[in-house]
Ligand binder design. Structure first.
Ligand SMILES: Nc1ncnc2c1ncn2[C@@H]1O[C@H](COP(=O)(O)OP(=O)(O)O)[C@@H](O)[C@H]1O
Ligand SMILES: Cc1ncsc1CCOP(=O)(O)O
Ligand SMILES: [Mg+2]
Length: 262
């Protein structure tokens, strides 16, 4: 694994344009996380323009957190346009196990070959067709219980699959690694997982997807740790996280990143 800072520095140098079709909860925090990391966010989701935008963006992320009839139509069109144009795209299957509508939408999106899938353990289990304890957007399964599902999903879809939680697990179907960064306050702030999905898109815009995904997870986790040092609770953690990402020194990231082969 190369140094994660190389990927962060590439994002800062290139300021990739990241189109993010995301949920209403995550729009603001995800855009701010992308800006703090040096990327350029664009929350463009209308059916009339999302596919055209995806063809010219540097990366696309799609998140089904608050899908409705219109966005469920726009998402596969944008994913197909990204695929045709060679724009890497990242999928966040929020609460995919909850309803048939989410499962059907996810099935259509997987057919458009995401380059990375990022979700929590319950979502990755559900997406792989396994029973999951998750009822909504939060995980109720352990990351370890989703590792086989992640490997199977990566093999079936060709995507890099990232399962996040206390220790993240990432696989491309052949290689696998764990990222042991982050802080227990992070899941107490809504939409940080969604924001991380956008960050993964920024990192894979110009880099090899397995390594870039690991670097994005480590960078976000280290920022979460630094943020927690001065936080009084979830509210100040969210504010501190943006500041920590913005101020992240390459040497600090490389020294604190805990990425190990699995
Ligand atoms: N208990 C935990 N300890 C440390 N980091 C965590 C913990 N739970 C989640 N994280 C981190 O929080 C971020 C969001 O992940 P997660 O909460 O799994 O996503 P989601 O919000 O989609 O469920 C990731 O960087 C992950 O590593
Ligand atoms: C609470 C909620 N409801 C629909 S989407 C959403 C946000 C989920 O964010 P995350 O997956 O990052 O916890
Ligand atoms: Mg999530």
């Amino acid at each position: 694994m190369d140094d994660p800072s190389r990927h962060l520095e590439r994002v800062r140098r290139d300021a990739p344009l990241v189109q993010y079709i995301t949920n209403y909860v995550a729009m603001n925090v995800a855009a701010n996380v992308l800006l703090a990391a040096g990327a350029s966010p664009a929350m463009v989701h209308a059916r009339e323009e999302a596919p055209g935008f995806a063809a010219m963006a540097d990366a696309l992320a799609i998140n089904i957190g608050t899908i409705d009839g219109r966005t469920a139509e726009a998402m596969p069109l944008a994913a197909a346009a990204a695929r045709a144009a060679g724009t890497p795209w990242v999928f966040d299957p929020v609460a995919v196990g909850a309803t048939a509508f989410r499962q059907e939408t996810a099935r259509g999106l997987l057919a458009e070959r995401p380059c990375v899938i990022r979700g929590n353990a319950s979502e990755i289990r559900a997406l792989a067709g396994l029973e999951s304890q998750g009822r909504g957007a939060d995980a109720s399964d352990a990351v370890a219980a989703a590792e086989d599902a992640a490997r199977a999903l990566a093999g079936r879809t060709g995507a890099v699959v990232a399962v996040t939680g206390p220790v993240d697990f990432v696989t491309d179907g052949e290689r696998a690694a764990r990222v042991a960064n982050g802080h227990p306050l992070m899941p107490r702030v809504t939409a940080l997982g969604c924001a991380l999905t956008g960050l993964v898109a920024a990192f894979v815009a110009g880099g090899p997807r397995f390594e870039a995904t690991l670097a994005a997870l480590a960078c976000f986790g280290v920022a979460g740790e630094i943020a927690a040092e001065g936080a009084r609770g979830p509210g100040s953690l969210q504010v501190n996280l943006l500041d920590a990402l913005h101020a992240m020194e390459p040497g600090t990231l490389d020294a604190r990143a805990r990425i190990d082969p699995a």
